[in-house]
Design a protein. Structure first.
Length: 322
């Protein structure tokens, strides 16, 4: 209808003229239609592929293409030996730095990430990121009473993917973040908790990674940052992690991704089930809808905790499991 209205507008104006004027107006209308058609075609054509191997080389760590289109690299802090509430925290439970890229044009990508840092590393890494055009969108705790103290720096940037990766590498080498291949833990004869039961209770299946059962629950609505759609793998899926601690128990942590209206119902559901809230904050500056991230902790019977987490999910607008 809009295209037709444009035709009618052009020819209505042409109707009051004749001769050369009519020809000029007709040409202008044709050029307008051609321009709109070209813009539509440009927006629908596939983007030129990015050479992600160049990104790997610049970052110093290989990533992988996610099912939702993001290119993500994990940088777990396997160099750290962190304990909280008497539990030795595995990197996959709460010490997993990561960066992820989403292509936005033939030559540019958006990058987001979460960097796990010691307090002594924060200033140097932050300064180098600023020099490289990578902005900070949050800096905060996830855990309580951990030793040594750990902070989490959320970052964002946009530009040539390899340049962004190079800036990230230059900053992270100022920390002790390992860039080598992550060690693969040998498969245990028994995992220590019933992951099938946990999946049944939660209604979502996960995977064992680094001695931790990890589940991601995406939100139902589309989320944008600076006008760009952000896929779930770039930190927008509620993260649920179980680390077995013996006797059918598990330490759990992660973060719920929430609208403002969901925050307090989720707090109540967690507390009612013996799960402590350890942090509440934003991770992005220009997201729509604006989201809050709630971190939590408990160490108890794995099945009991799964029921508590399910009660919290019931207060959220999450995507139905496929």
């Amino acid at each position: 209808m809009r295209e037709r209205a444009g035709w009618q507008s052009c020819w209505w104006r042409a109707g009051i003229w004749s001769g050369a004027a009519l020809a000029l107006v007709g040409a202008a209308c044709s050029e307008g239609r051609a321009s709109r058609a070209a813009q539509a075609a440009a927006s629908e054509r596939p983007l030129a592929p990015i050479d992600w191997k160049q990104v790997d080389a610049a970052l110093g760590k290989a990533g992988s293409l996610q099912s939702d289109g993001a290119y993500k690299a994990g940088l777990p802090r396997s160099d750290l030996h962190v304990t909280t509430a008497g539990v030795a925290v595995k990197p996959a439970l709460a010490l997993g730095s990561w960066v992820a890229f989403k292509q936005v044009s033939d030559t540019e990508a958006m990058v987001m990430g979460d960097l796990v840092l010691l307090e002594s590393e924060v200033a140097a890494v932050l300064g180098k990121l600023q020099e490289g055009g990578i902005t900070q969108t949050a800096l905060h705790n996830h855990l309580l009473h951990e030793s040594p103290r750990v902070l989490y720096m959320h970052i964002a940037g946009r530009g040539a993917p390899a340049r962004l990766a190079q800036a990230l590498h230059a900053a992270l080498v100022l920390s002790a973040t390992p860039f080598g291949a992550s060690a693969v833990a040998p498969a245990a004869a028994t995992f220590g908790i019933d992951t099938a039961q946990i999946a049944q209770i939660l209604g979502y299946h996960g995977k064992v990674n680094g001695g931790v059962y990890q589940v991601g629950v995406p939100r139902a609505e589309q989320v944008t940052a600076d006008g760009v759609e952000v896929p779930p793998s770039m930190g927008l899926a509620t993260a649920i992690n179980f680390q077995p601690t013996g006797g059918g128990k598990a330490a759990i942590t992660g973060d719920f991704v929430l609208l403002g209206s969901e925050v307090n119902p989720v707090i109540r559901a967690l507390r009612d089930n013996g799960i402590a809230v350890t942090a509440l904050h934003s991770h992005m500056l220009a997201d729509s809808p604006h989201l809050f991230f709630m971190h939590y902790w408990a160490n108890d019977d794995a099945g009991k905790l799964a029921h508590g987490l399910r009660a919290a999910l019931d207060n959220m607008n999450v995507k139905k499991a496929g």
